[in-house]
Design a protein around this ligand. Structure first.
Ligand SMILES: Nc1ncnc2c1ncn2[C@@H]1O[C@H](C[S@+](CC[C@H]([NH3+])C(=O)[O-])CC(=O)[O-])[C@@H](O)[C@H]1O
Ligand SMILES: O=C(O)C(=O)Cc1ccccc1
Length: 236
């Protein structure tokens, strides 16, 4: 279904409710530049580290697109676990997983409340940005602790620039992208307002600092388009 959430006047903060969930795949494809490529890289890099029956978590799995694609591209079975605290998202995730015949354990819970079991790969694309600072650092430490030795954390984030002028130019460039995706200036402005204080982006450098402070030995940006970046962090 086409995302028309912000066509009408809205005066509440952005929420992952039924209305957003019902158009979410379209919203993400049209709002995150190179979403499909970012997802392809997540899966391909993830698979390079994985072996049969390894445990993989997707934190903020939404409609489970990434885990389903991962299962489809893996030549061996994996233990797939998706976590999200939006019931509406998980209902869609379950339907899609059933339709594709993919077994995924879906858990409706806040990411902070999970006792993570030892995993080889943890994915979290465009989700840490919704966790408020301090809590975010705590969660990243928890992620580090639950990874096995040689475990990998792949995550994507909307980022901000350290430079004020470049930061403004990046936002303009992103809005140009959204216009090419068919969003009107009104929709763009409304969503921007709804995301204020909800989506809190760090700079690329702050993300890397947070990762290294959690204990990871290496963190690299494997993909970036203006203010959207994908990182790989390795636990040694
Ligand atoms: N504290 C929390 N606990 C659990 N879930 C949460 C929390 N905060 C937010 N979420 C969930 O994180 C997801 C973020 S969307 C991820 C896209 C997906 N990774 C994808 O690649 O398709 C990204 C975006 O909309 O920009 C939503 O489903 C929220 O319900
Ligand atoms: O659409 C936006 O303005 C964004 O910043 C990306 C996004 C995409 C989907 C949900 C929330 C934010």
């Amino acid at each position: 279904m086409t995302d028309k959430v912000f066509e009408k006047a809205i005066n509440k903060q952005f929420e992952f409710d039924e209305e957003v969930a019902s158009v979410f795949d379209d919203m993400l494809n049209r709002s995150v530049p190179f979403y499909k490529e970012m997802q392809r890289l997540t899966i391909n890099f993830g698979l390079k580290f994985l072996n049969e029956n390894d445990k993989v978590y997707d934190l903020g799995c939404s409609t489970a697109s990434t885990l389903i694609e991962l299962a489809k591209h893996s030549s061996f079975p994996l233990q797939l676990i998706g976590i999200d605290n939006s019931e509406a998202m998980l209902a869609r995730a379950q339907k899609k997983a059933n339709a594709f015949g993919v077994a995924i354990e879906l858990i409706n819970e806040d990411l902070h409340n999970i006792s993570y079991e030892e995993a080889k790969l943890i994915i979290s694309n465009y989700t840490l940005q919704f966790i408020r600072p301090l809590q975010r650092e705590k969660l990243v430490k928890k992620i580090y602790n639950s990874l096995q030795k040689d475990g990998v954390f792949i995550f994507s984030e909307k980022v901000i620039s350290q430079d004020k002028i470049l930061g403004k130019q990046s936002i303009d460039e992103y809005y140009e992208f959204k216009k090419t995706q068919g969003y009107s200036e009104f929709e763009i402005a409304q969503k921007r307002e709804a995301l204020e204080n909800v989506l809190i982006p760090y700079t690329e450098e702050e993300n890397k600092k947070m990762i290294l402070e959690a204990g990871f030995s290496h963190c690299e940006t494997i993909f970036k388009w203006v203010n959207f970046a994908t990182f790989i962090a390795i636990k040694k």
